[in-house]
Design a protein around this ligand. Structure first.
Ligand code: CIR
Length: 257
């Protein structure tokens, strides 16, 4: 059960966020992004979360994607080491907030040459799947494993070959259910989950977000919505269009714990 979330308002520099165009072309509109972010925060609150909303940080265009500079869990928090220069400083900023919720003895860091971003870390029960991607390397995953095993969790790695982060291509929705791409459907590490393959034209909706029994689903992906509803989850549709233009989706906009 999640009780808290951390988010950060998008900054005006968001329009210069990193984009591969993997989901959507164009530059985000700041005002629309701010409005969409507000509704996202409202949705988290409506699901019972106490949401910390950090002020926008103009130094870091991608800083609203707070999922990447930290990974949080019940017994500890890991400050990651974001790979890109334009995002690396976000780890310093998130630390101040993490300190409000965790003792120093529970806070750990991924150190260079290790790199990691939270978008590559997918939790299923007390196990973490860590995507080896352009942003998260073997050494980052090794350090993460060393940290979390000390607190009774386990972790293992899976290759990310299709784009930015693991959770863009596979997402765990609890109850043993997972949304996957065709490629992730063949991933041996996921063989024991009930896997639902999402069509290529709805790729973006894989990154749906389970919170306390409800699933937030990006607006505009009816086939994925139907799959999730048929699994029995209440669904809340959230418009994240502006964030999708810079490769951002639902999970990236918050840390939940
Ligand atoms: C980036 O490339 O870092 C951002 N434009 C998007 C980050 C999305 N984060 C996530 O999926 N966890």
């Amino acid at each position: 059960m999640f009780t808290k979330a951390i988010t950060r308002k998008p900054c005006r520099a968001l329009v210069d966020g990193i984009s591969t165009g993997q989901f959507c072309d164009g530059r985000p509109d700041y005002d629309k992004a701010l409005e969409q972010h507000g509704k996202y925060v409202d949705a988290l609150k409506s699901l019972g979360l106490d949401v910390t909303v950090l002020e926008a940080d103009e130094r870091y265009p991608d800083s609203c994607f707070v999922e990447d500079p930290a990974v949080v869990m019940e017994r500890c928090a890991v400050i990651t080491n974001p790979k890109t220069d334009s995002r690396n400083g976000e780890k310093v900023e998130i630390l101040d907030t993490i300190r409000k919720f965790y003792d120093d003895s529970q806070i750990f860091r991924i150190e260079a040459p290790g790199t990691m971003e939270g978008g590559d870390v997918m939790r299923a029960g007390d196990h973490f799947f860590v995507g080896l991607s352009g942003r998260t390397n073997e050494e980052g995953a090794r350090q993460f494993n060393e940290i979390v095993t000390g607190f009774g969790y386990t972790s293992s790695t899976v290759p990310v070959t299709e784009g930015l982060h693991l959770k863009d291509f596979a997402i765990y929705l609890e109850n043993n259910n997972m949304l996957v791409t065709e490629i992730m459907n063949k991933e041996p590490a996921f063989k024991d989950f009930n896997r639902y393959v999402i069509d290529e034209d709805e790729l973006y909706a894989i990154n749906s977000l389970y919170i306390n029994g409800t699933v937030l689903v990006p607006d505009g992906f009816p086939k994925t919505r139907k799959i999730i509803e048929e699994l029995g989850y209440p669904v809340k549709l959230i418009d994240t269009k502006e964030f999708s233009k810079i490769d951002g989706s639902l999970t990236c906009l918050s840390l939940r714990f």
